[in-house]
Design a protein around this ligand. Structure first.
Ligand SMILES: [Zn+2]
Length: 200
């Protein structure tokens, strides 16, 4: 599978029995890896438990289904922006932006907008992390590129520049591309995530 990240919206009917999901009731969510990405399941817990299946989920977690609500007042503009920026980037699916996408996801998690549901280590040592938007229930499968500590400040500066509008996506993608060409692939020393700030 070539895709490094992916976005899946939460369903509003049970993927198995096709009946509506109940507001505020428990729901089992699962991701199934397919040749083109991921298929998402949202199910009544009893349907998930009682329906036989011949496949292993990439990821499965328990959550609570919240029916969609109308958008509330526009407070926390910056948080909204981080959320819409990551959606835009995930849709673009540009490998040059993988560091930026990951730092954004961590920032959203620190701000309690995202919750991490799962982490799967890949054969090449990278990690795919499953994040869920607490409010909308959308799921993001994000590649954790194991950013090296000495590169983290630069990536954070790019994210801030994107959020404040001082740089365009094209400019940042170009910087990242140059970095990639210059940097080589030596192994990182140490995980950098501890110093990623929250998005607020
Ligand atoms: Zn069901």
């Amino acid at each position: 599978m070539s895709q490094e990240w992916n976005i899946k919206s939460r369903g509003h009917v049970c993927s198995l029995c096709k009946e509506s999901l109940t507001d505020h009731a428990p729901v089992v969510s699962a991701l199934k890896e397919t040749e083109t990405g991921y298929e998402r399941f949202d199910c009544h817990p009893q349907c998930w438990k009682n329906t036989p299946r011949d496949w292993e989920p990439f990821s499965v977690w328990d959550g609570v289904y919240n029916a969609p609500v109308k958008e509330e007042k526009k407070e926390a503009l910056k948080k909204e922006d981080a959320g819409s920026l990551i959606r835009r980037l995930v849709t673009l699916d540009d490998p040059a932006m993988k560091n930026v996408v990951y730092v954004l996801a961590v920032m959203l998690e620190r701000s309690r907008i995202f919750v991490e549901r799962d982490a799967k280590e890949q054969e090449d040592g990278t990690i795919r992390r499953v994040y869920e938007d607490r409010k909308s229930g959308d799921t993001f499968v994000i590649l954790d590129p194991r950013i090296r500590l000495e590169n983290l400040a630069e990536v954070q500066a790019q994210v801030v520049a994107l959020l404040s509008g001082t740089k365009t996506l094209g400019e940042v993608a170009q910087e990242e591309q140059q970095e990639e060409n210059a940097g080589g692939g030596e192994d990182g020393t140490g995980e950098a995530q501890a110093s990623v700030p929250a998005a607020d």
